[in-house]
Design a protein around this ligand. Sequence first.
Ligand code: PMV
Length: 332
Amino acid sequence: MGGLIYFSAVRCADAHQINYMETVSAPAKIILLGEHAVVYGQPSLAVPLSSLRTYAEIVNLPKGSGLKVVAADLNNQEFYVNSASQEIDSPLFTAAWLLLNHLDCPPPDATITLHSDIPIASGMGSGAAITTALFRALLLALNQSLSSEKLNALAYEVEKIHHGTPSGIDNTVIVFEQPIYFVRGQPIERLTIGKPFVLLVGNTGIGSSTKSVVSDVRTLYEANVEFITEKFNSIGELVRSGRKAIELGDHLNLGKIMYDNHQFLQEISVSSPSLDMLVDAARTSGALGAKLSGAGRGGNMIALVSPDKAPTIKNALLEAGAVQVYQTIVGK
Ligand code: PMV
């Protein structure tokens, strides 16, 4: 019995009692094909964007201080988590308690400072990346480990608080940091990239709430179940063909599939004039394919481009109103 108590005390102890500072992180993500339909059971493809990340820096505090979370570039949030703290309406606060309760550990004596390079509300999974980075920081500060599966399940619980009925694709691609073929509620399948491809990610600069776009799609679906189900089925077909094209390195076909997917997203009313302008600019300047990525109505579009045309297409996107264009190679 004594042994058990001793073990439990050590299990939850702060990892380091002397001064230390460490940083953990989590990546952004891009949905290649299948957003929205994925909420209704269709497959979807997503890849991590490892060069764009959320960081969590952990610095220990004197014993008994409790946990301080600082997120200067996330609405300037700063709060304490200790036995005396009042519940506050913040996904970060909820996430911290969720993990501590799961581990059955008190808050560590540490400051965790979050910093994110991922644009917020832009379809790049900033919320799931922030949650994942915070979880990793807490685990380190408490000298604990969790399997990626468990971490993913907990991150999904936080996503539900943010988004209502998320499919789970964001947290999954971010926690595992691998290209994935994702079907809600099914085991994750790794997506094999036959030949690396170049994507341009054009940010409209317009923020969009995933929760409200997903809820508008739900309203549309409930009013026209058959019609919208047909659209989702067609998107699912495109995703299956897109997976094959990616595995075979058939970028011409993948591009065509992306344009078709964008059209279905327009038909379910989640595109917007600024997204359509970027997709048109990509098309007329020679992109192999382009579509909105994520919830839509703002956020990002992605364009599949051949490397030699990337600079021209990037300029065309900036001229068509993109506030930022990232270039990334998938599968390298
Ligand atoms: O906007 P994001 O990056 O959170 O992507 C949302 C993707 C949706 O398919 C629209 C919703 C979901 O939960 O899968």
